[in-house]
Design a protein around this ligand. Structure first.
Ligand code: SF4
Length: 316
């Protein structure tokens, strides 16, 4: 049987989660070495180009206008300021620059500015990524024409648990945007958040959905919930770090060629947990002091950790 499968059953995915920890890690590391360079980590930088004031109600998100989290709503940034940030990120070793905007969906006039940003970041020789909410087919084509390499649009959790976390849109809306992004020829970055009070079966359901898409997302960010005061998920029982590591390993096995990205939540993880995540097949991180609006380890701590583990930044 090929390793690159799109016919995973939930039972298959459940069985992976149930493996003894060492067996799961061995299987994940074996898969990683078969399809991806070992000891290389792709580094991305994420910039919030339009912060806060979002009309959606994602229960984890400090940028939703309806939660009182202290995040100040800001207008979309000037193109020149975004490009200055991209240049600094490149100098710090990032090969991909991701631009995030807190919108339900972009208005067509907002997209003009985003397209200019994409063109400018591309001209610096970096890969480009954007996360702007739901897209129409026409908007996806416009972004592709501007040179967008990746579009991030997370499924967040299982289809069953989604309505407990977000009520202002449905799972199918996400799947529809993902299909439009694919149709436009843009690479897909799609993953979810662990530690939102979901069950193991929800983790199974999320990875099963991702691994049975017609094409696996090229990037699969696995986030650990960052609990922010004022959001409904603040106070959720803290996840066992080994459950997070297991989720990374199952993502690696079910989507062998994807970049599995350790995303939000690294600030609260020990170096040892992060090391286990790399061993489980994570091969991508975000650099920089802030992930949209929540803290991220500073670049010095990251560099020191990569050095201690003998990991090298991947080049584009
Ligand atoms: S996650 Fe995105 S869509 Fe949801 S509230 Fe936050 S900014 Fe809005």
């Amino acid at each position: 049987m090929s390793d690159i499968r799109h016919d995973w059953s939930r039972e298959d995915v459940r069985a992976l989660f149930a493996l003894p920890f060492a067996d799961l890690m061995f299987a994940a590391q074996t898969m990683h070495r078969k399809y991806l360079p070992s000891n290389e980590v792709q580094i991305s930088t994420l910039l919030s180009i339009k912060t806060g004031g979002c009309p959606e109600d994602c229960a984890y998100c400090p940028q939703a206008a309806r939660y009182h989290t202290g995040v100040k709503a800001q207008k979309i940034m000037d193109v020149d300021d975004v490009l200055a940030e991209a240049r600094a990120a490149k100098d710090a070793g990032a090969s991909r620059f991701c631009m995030g905007a807190a919108w339900r969906e972009p208005k067509d006039r907002d997209l003009d500015a985003v397209c200019e940003m994409v063109e400018g970041v591309r001209a610096l020789g970096m890969e480009t990524c954007a996360t702007l909410g739901m897209l129409t087919q026409d908007q996806a084509h416009r972004l592709k024409q501007a040179g967008l390499d990746y579009y991030n649009h997370n499924l967040d959790t299982s289809p069953e648990y989604y309505g407990d976390v977000i009520t202002t849109r449905v799972y199918q809306d996400r799947l529809d945007t993902l299909a439009r992004v694919r149709d436009a020829g843009i690479h897909v970055c799609c993953g979810g958040i662990i530690g939102m009070g979901e069950t193991l079966e929800d983790r199974v359901g999320m990875l099963h959905t991702l691994a049975t898409l017609p094409e696996h997302p090229e990037s699969v960010p696995i986030n650990l919930l960052v609990q922010v005061a004022g959001t409904p998920l603040n106070g959720t029982p803290v996840l066992d770090p080994l459950d997070f590591v297991r989720t990374i390993a199952v993502a690696r096995i079910t989507m062998p060629k994807s970049m599995v990205r350790l995303s939000a939540g690294r600030e609260e993880m020990s170096d040892e947990t992060q090391a286990l995540c790399f061993l489980a097949g994570a091969n991508s991180i975000f650099y920089g002091p802030k992930l949209l609006t929540t803290p991220n380890p500073d670049a010095d701590r990251d560099r020191a950790l990569l050095d201690r583990l003998g990991l090298r930044p991947m080049t584009v």
